[in-house]
Ligand binder design. Structure first.
Ligand code: SAH
Ligand code: SF4
Ligand code: F3S
Length: 449
């Protein structure tokens, strides 16, 4: 490898949005002639893509930057590009004073300027030999056959606990034509499944209202129109999407999901709490009954739906009764998966001003009760799948056993199955589910799909 080659490393914290942005940074750095390295200590450039959704995430990102600072002090020439949701919340000069290793920072609202900023701050390496042409290999969230496609940036919901709107800014939707072109490009580079991304994805296109149309997308629900068109235009591609705000999911969109074989039946529908009083204090814009009605409609229309959710435990004012409403909601809905979080106070959010006097030990105990209950439900739901045949896309060897392969269905069922010689990553196969596990299903290879 030529001496001039600059090596880079990307550390990503946080959600799929950040993964998608990191993938993009990797692609640009590859194009500029940088080469990817395996560790920060061997790199000239480390992109730290930060998350601030909870205090713990922010602390992790800060201490990671501290580690790179120490690597630099021990004689390396490494520099940091600070990216992600921490950037809009800090003063650039202050953070640079604290961590001189930071070369520059890039706001998540301006990721389009990444290339220019790199060229401005780092010497280009024009005749550097690339180590890999397989850009897509580096450019995927789960496997090289799966790609994240951002359809919008920002969030304009006003959930009182959440710092994301401050970090990610106002909604900015991409034109349909640009999204379609990116999907085409992804497919040309091997993608067989696409996840459309937006923090509050059902708000897609709402930022164009009252402005002249900038896309051929029309109708009263622009996300539905987008999903409709994409699923027709790419009939052989699996289409998934994240995240739907439960107050905005329309019955018509559910009908569309039900009617298309290539749209995922995995619907992530964060509820956050099962208690009406807490939902109100969170400003979620709906109550538990509205949610139950929505779930009932979904279950009727999509019998094989895989519902998942997010729940926050210990929100200010959550008493035992309110917490038990969350447990009750889990029992009634019977989600396949629930992501559980301890409430974390975030600066300058509305909830940060609310009285929060519940001891942390009590919050932890509640969290554990919630996790234990959901684990049982998840296992039960997995058990219901035993005997079924599912089509999955092979993602590679199973983590715990090299002899087994791992794959994922359109609806996000993760299946570990016996490896067959002629099956490789990216293939679609049919498997018969023979056993349930907590996180995965165990399957037996049937045939190619
Ligand atoms: N836009 C998505 C994702 C937001 S962040 C959505 O609305 O679902 C992912 C999850 O983090 C949220 O759903 C919420 O459950 C959790 N979260 C956000 N802020 C939090 C906070 N201050 N404390 C604890 N959990 C939080
Ligand atoms: Fe945060 Fe609510 Fe926006 Fe999700 S919808 S990112 S929880 S403000
Ligand atoms: Fe974290 Fe930003 Fe995502 S705060 S959860 S990385 S939008």
């Amino acid at each position: 490898m030529p001496e001039t080659c600059k090596k880079y490393f990307i550390k990503t914290f946080g959600c799929q949005m950040n993964i998608a942005d990191s993938n993009r940074f990797a692609r640009i750095l590859d194009e500029l002639g940088f080469t990817r390295s395996d560790s920060p200590s061997e790199s000239d450039l480390v992109v730290v893509n930060t998350c601030v959704v909870r205090a713990k995430a922010e602390d992790k990102a800060i201490s990671y930057i501290g580690e790179i600072e120490r690597i630099r002090k021990s004689g390396s020439k490494v520099s940091v590009i600070l990216a992600g949701c921490l950037v809009p919340l800090v003063n650039e000069n202050e953070i640079k004073r604290r961590f001189p290793v930071i070369l520059f920072s890039i706001n998540p609202e301006n990721v389009d300027t990444f290339r220019d900023l790199v060229l401005e701050h780092c010497k280009p390496v024009p005749d550097c030999e690339k180590i890999s042409d397989d850009v897509i290999q580096k450019d995927s969230g789960k496997s090289s056959f799966h790609a994240f496609v951002n359809i919008m940036r920002g969030c304009e919901q006003h959930c009182t606990y959440c710092i994301v709107p401050k970090a990610r800014g106002n909604n900015a939707s991409r034109k349909y034509e640009d999204i379609r072109d990116e999907i085409k490009w992804r497919i040309d580079n091997g993608a067989k499944a696409i996840t459309l991304l937006g923090q509050s994805i059902l708000d897609y296109g709402k930022d164009w209202q009252d402005k002249k149309p900038i896309s051929s997308i029309k109708g009263d629900d622009l996300f539905r129109d987008l999903l409709d068109r994409i699923s027709i235009e790419f009939p052989d591609i699996w289409i998934k999407f994240l995240t739907s705000h439960s107050k905005d999911l329309l019955f018509e969109t559910i009908d569309l999901i039900a009617s298309r074989d290539n749209i995922s039946k995995f619907i992530h529908l964060p509820i956050q709490s099962g208690d009406d009083g807490i939902l109100k204090k969170m400003n979620r814009g709906h109550n538990r009954d509205d949610y139950f009605k929505l779930v009932e409609y979904i279950n009727n229309k999509i019998p094989d739906v895989r519902l998942s959710s997010d729940i926050i435990v210990g929100f200010p004012g959550e008493n035992l009764d309110a917490f038990e409403q969350s447990l009750d909601l889990l029992r009634r809905v019977r989600f396949f998966k629930v992501f559980t979080f301890l409430y974390s106070t975030r600066p300058s959010t509305a909830a940060a001003r609310m009285k929060d006097d519940l001891p942390i030990e009590e919050k932890r105990a509640r969290l554990n009760r919630l996790i234990d209950l959901q684990n049982l439900i998840t296992l039960e739901r997995h058990k219901e799948l035993v005997g079924e045949k599912l089509i999955i896309m092979v993602e590679g060897p199973a983590l715990k056993s090299e002899e087994m392969l791992m794959g994922r269905s359109l609806s996000e069922d993760i299946v570990i199955f016996n490896s067959v010689d002629f099956v490789s990553t990216g293939d679609f196969v049919r498997v018969k589910i023979i056993e349930e596990r907590q996180r995965t299903l165990i399957g037996e290879f049937v045939d190619r799909a």
